[in-house]
Design a protein. Structure first.
Length: 401
């Protein structure tokens, strides 16, 4: 696939206005994957990228922030969680780079006092949630933007599909909402905007790009999967539903019983301690803190499994000896374009679909143009365009021009 012939026009939404990017497309912070190269490529292509600080030491994060700053003039984000041993260091690094770090993302996030520190520094708080009640709680604590991930999404995920969860959250909160889970092309972006979302967030689609740091042996597993049903949620890794591609290691974990899982967890915890420099005392405090948050003791003991088992596949290139977090969307992706090609194709197709909504007579032409703009980003394209729908409040300036 060659370089895009031209750069699409900007798409103005509440998300682009807040984040300062050209297009309402967010690259999520996949652990071991969302590094400085991927983030800079995303920001340079007009999207907004998040660094995955949750799997980085303080020293590595500092270096990665510096690399992003050098590689792009645009702003970017950092993802972290409060249970990581260097959480306070991450917070201070973000605040000291607030001139370029525009947003933080998180799941189990900081308290209201820390959120206020971010907001006072001009850093937006953009948590990811998988349930309506979590979205409402995040807004109460001060979130500026909410990313809603439906059950189709990869990694830790909820049970409600995006098309059900997204409108629930849109009806319940007054801040901009970003849709995640199942998105990979311009039709998805146009659909999310029509729902009323301010943009889309994608993880698996960015993992499957030329700039992804994931070894080719592991990427091939993502390219090989053909059935969405082979990318399923399991609790075998850390006691929390996590969507992954079926492989031999996952099946062994599931069939090995609780004792095997706990033995694996103990080994993972020790490896994770070595990677992060976490003291035994900090491990104990984290264990107690997780129990207070409502996690079971077994779930807490298994918490280190995910980063260690993912590292084997994503960093070490041993996909059959680790796990492969993925959204179900991997089953319809058949190529590894550059990030610039990906974003340009998504935006071009989305603009064509949105134009068709306001000009029904041009539906057929827009459909042809939209699909042609992304000829190799998906395995198949619909043989005929969908029926035109009325344009609602989710429309953007590009659709009305």
């Amino acid at each position: 696939m060659g370089q895009p012939s031209s750069t699409p026009a900007p798409m103005a939404t509440a998300l682009t206005e807040l984040l300062g990017c050209r297009y309402p497309v967010v690259q999520t912070a996949m652990g071991w994957v969302a590094d400085s190269k991927l983030v800079a490529a995303t920001s340079n292509a007009g999207g907004f990228g998040f660094l995955a600080a949750a799997t980085m030491s303080t020293e590595l994060l500092s270096a990665e922030i510096a690399r992003v700053r050098a590689a792009t003039p645009h702003r970017f984000g950092v993802n972290f969680h409060m249970f990581q041993p260097n959480a306070q260091d991450v917070i201070e690094l973000v605040l000291s780079n607030a001139d370029r770090i525009r947003a933080v993302s998180y799941g189990r996030g900081p308290d209201a006092r820390t959120i206020k520190r971010f907001k006072d520094a001009g850093v937006l708080c953009m948590p990811t949630v998988g349930a309506l009640k979590h979205a409402q709680k995040a807004v109460e604590l001060g979130a500026d933007i909410i990313t809603v991930q439906g059950a189709e999404g990869g990694g830790h995920t909820g049970s409600v599909p995006t098309t059900l969860l997204l409108p629930q959250v849109l009806n319940a909160v007054k801040v901009p909402v970003v849709a995640a889970g199942g998105f990979h092309d311009g039709r998805g972006l146009a659909g999310a905007l029509a729902f009323g979302a301010a943009g889309i967030a994608m993880g698996t689609r960015f993992l499957m790009t030329a700039e992804s740091p994931v070894p080719r042996s592991t990427l091939q597993k993502y390219l090989d999967v053909r059935e969405p049903a082979q990318i399923r949620a399991s609790t075998a890794v850390d006691g929390i539903p996590q969507r992954m591609i079926d492989n031999r290691y996952l099946l062994r974990l599931e069939s090995g019983g609780l004792l095997r899982r706990l033995l694996v967890a103990l080994g993972s915890a020790w490896q994770w301690r070595a990677h992060t420099g976490m003291s035994v005392a900090h491990m104990a405090r984290t264990f107690v803190g997780a129990l207070r948050e409502g996690d079971s003791a077994i779930q807490t003991m298994m918490a280190a499994n995910a980063p260690v088992l993912i590292q084997r596949a994503m960093v070490e290139g041993r996909p059959d000896e680790g796990v492969l977090p993925s959204g179900q969307v991997a089953a319809v992706i058949g190529s590894l374009p550059s990030v610039a090609e990906l974003i340009d194709g998504i935006v071009t197709q989305a603009q064509a679909r949105l134009a068709a909504l306001v000009s029904p007579a041009s539906t057929a032409a827009a459909s042809v143009d939209g699909v042609a703009a992304m000829p190799s980003l998906a395995r198949t394209a619909s043989p005929s365009p969908p029926a035109p729908l009325p344009v609602g409040e989710g429309s953007v300036a590009a659709a009305r021009s």
